[in-house]
Design a protein around this ligand. Structure first.
Ligand SMILES: Cc1cc2nc3c(=O)[nH]c(=O)nc-3n(C[C@H](O)[C@H](O)[C@H](O)COP(=O)(O)OP(=O)(O)OC[C@H]3O[C@@H](n4cnc5c(N)ncnc54)[C@H](O)[C@@H]3O)c2cc1C
Ligand code: SF4
Ligand code: SF4
Length: 498
């Protein structure tokens, strides 16, 4: 196996899937040739095609049986692609979903590593009251959630300052006066003019209500944990949406039992039960366009599949590549290429002793690098081996010096939890950058509200779905907004609405 290190973005997926410890990462993947058995699993785990098999006798290419024609082809099985695919299959359309990786879910699932469910990015939705929870209910998917209430907790996040101060929740930290000011900012924001809130940063907006440095530090850490941005990079409108959605979830804040892959498994099952097909290890190489109309796709193995409708879930950059710039109006190509990805990282850890138990999330304001830590095992201990506790420490990336960034993140963890080195079992760094960013457009200034992409593209019968399409909310929870819009364009009513 050859590893093209120059293409590596550092996501760590290959390390998670390699059964022979032939891969390590210090922020960039490294191959240990002596351990490699050429099993090829990494080829189908890498989102950016870093692995090139080098067998003397090449393996027979994977070639699933695919029909020549479908009504709908979905490119990519991220949560957006699967939601729209499942809804269309339920509406009786002949749907095929093509996924380049060896597993469905994209950045919204878990891979099993050393007996633990390690997220491929997303930790959780906010639970049944979130956009994702409501859309799943509309697809008649019943999930078994573990909520705060179920495990006897009251707060979504506790607060642990770098200087050692610890608070059970935001209201535990704030004085009554600051609490009132923050509520006024958030609840009043719902009624304010969106154009003003789109133009002012979350940091400047909250500072108009209170200059309490602790509140501003928490707002910054919450924004970073939810999006990878600082509070001065995110418009106030997005912060308000995040704060309101978290409040709305309340003690119903929940994670699906078994992790977010339970959502992906349920969507895949729903798609298939309704007659749809999902093909993994099946990259699409081209969206076929005739005149100005999408007529199907060409798979990477050369086969062409005709389709009345093509839906793309792979992000704006890949959409431009698959359609070809010459098929798109120049201003639209300009919009796609101008979108900037949010770069961020997480250090995933397993420990032999719990680091915290008072909330699933610990927000860590004023730390040098880490902004927040999610512990899925606080809600569902079965996500790891007995006696192991899982933590995903989230931080923005600010340089190419990943060794230094990881050093700073580790220093934060050691400072916050002085026993960290005694209890840590293993860590895996996961960077989301370059061609596989945290989000391609996300919630950055100038990329929100009306700037976001519509599901309708300039190519007839060709649509977009996923993180980069219109919507607003807590990270991936904005995706169902675009899914609903797309279904309305396609004149599909969700089952529960019929
Ligand atoms: C560190 C981190 C933490 C996060 N935490 C949360 C969280 O807790 N909650 C939350 O809601 N969101 C979270 N997010 C955001 C969330 O992960 C994303 O919003 C969401 O997963 C994006 O889904 P999507 O539908 O846009 O598609 P993606 O997950 O991007 O999937 C796109 C799919 O398309 C496939 N594809 C691409 N090109 C092709 C092709 N040519 N042919 C076939 N297939 C192709 C890809 O392989 C991929 O599987 C987090 C993100 C990061 C980075
Ligand atoms: S081919 Fe298999 S053994 Fe070799 S690095 Fe990839 S996953 Fe590991
Ligand atoms: S991009 Fe991710 S999967 Fe690919 S080699 Fe780098 S770390 Fe591994």
């Amino acid at each position: 196996m050859r590893l093209l290190t120059e293409k590596c973005t550092g996501c760590g997926y290959c390390v998670l899937v390699c059964p022979y410890n032939a891969l390590t990462t210090n922020g960039w993947a490294k191959l240990i040739p002596a351990n490699c058995t050429d099993c090829n699993l990494c080829v189908y785990a890498c989102p950016v095609d870093c692995f090139v098999p080098e067998l003397e006798t090449p393996l027979k290419p994977y070639r699933p049986r695919v029909k020549e024609e479908y009504e709908v082809v979905v490119i990519g099985s991220g949560i957006g692609g699967l939601m729209v695919g499942a809804a269309l299959a339920q509406a009786g359309r002949a749907v095929a979903v093509f996924e380049k990786l060896g597993f469905p879910g994209g950045r919204y699932t878990e891979l099993t590593y050393k007996g633990a469910a390690v997220t491929t990015s997303a930790w959780t939705s906010l639970g049944p009251r979130s956009n994702i929870g409501r859309l799943l209910a509309d697809l008649r998917i019943e999930l078994d959630y573990v909520s705060l209430e179920d495990v006897g907790l009251t707060e979504q996040y506790a607060i642990h300052f770098a200087d050692g101060r610890h608070y059970a929740g935001l209201f535990d930290l704030l004085t009554p006066q600051t609490r009132k000011a923050w509520l006024k900012a958030v609840i009043g924001g719902r009624k304010s003019q969106s154009s003003f809130l789109n133009q002012i940063s979350a940091a400047d907006y909250v500072a108009q209500f209170s200059t309490d440095p602790d509140l501003l530090a928490v707002v910054d850490a919450v924004v970073t944990t939810a999006s990878g941005l600082s509070s001065s990079q995110m418009p106030a409108s997005e912060y308000i949406q995040i704060a309101l959605a978290s409040r709305e979830a309340g003690r119903q804040f929940a994670m699906p039992r078994g992790g977010v892959r339970s959502i992906i498994k349920a969507l895949t099952r729903t798609l298939r039960e309704a007659g749809g097909q999902l093909f993994v290890r099946s990259p699409v190489a081209r969206i076929l366009v005739k005149g100005n109309q999408a007529v199907g796709v060409r798979l990477a193995d050369g086969r062409e599949v005709r389709s009345e409708v093509v839906i793309h879930n792979g992000g704006p950059a890949r959409f431009g590549q698959l359609v070809g710039a010459k098929n798109l109006p120049r201003d639209y190509v300009g919009r796609l290429t101008a979108l900037r990805g949010v770069e961020c990282a997480a250090l995933f850890c397993a420990t032999r002793q719990p680091l915290f138990t008072d909330a699933p999330i610990t927000i860590t304001p004023q730390c040098r690098w880490v902004a927040g830590i999610f512990s899925p095992t606080v809600l569902d201990p079965s996500l790891s081996r007995t006696g192991h506790y899982l933590y995903d420490a989230f931080f923005p990336t600010r340089s190419d010096d990943r060794v230094a960034e990881l050093g700073l993140a580790l220093a934060d963890l050691r400072n916050l939890f002085p026993r960290f080195d005694d209890v840590v079992e293993w860590t895996v760094p996961m960077f989301f950058t370059g061609a596989w960013p945290g989000t391609e457009s996300g919630q950055t200034f100038g990329q929100t509200g009306d700037h976001r992409l519509d599901p309708v593209t300039p190519i007839e019968n060709c649509y977009l779905v996923g993180m980069d399409v219109k919507g607003s909310g807590v990270a991936g929870d904005l995706i169902p907004v675009g899914v609903r819009q797309l279904l309305a364009y396609l004149k599909v009513e969700l089952k529960s609405q019929r």
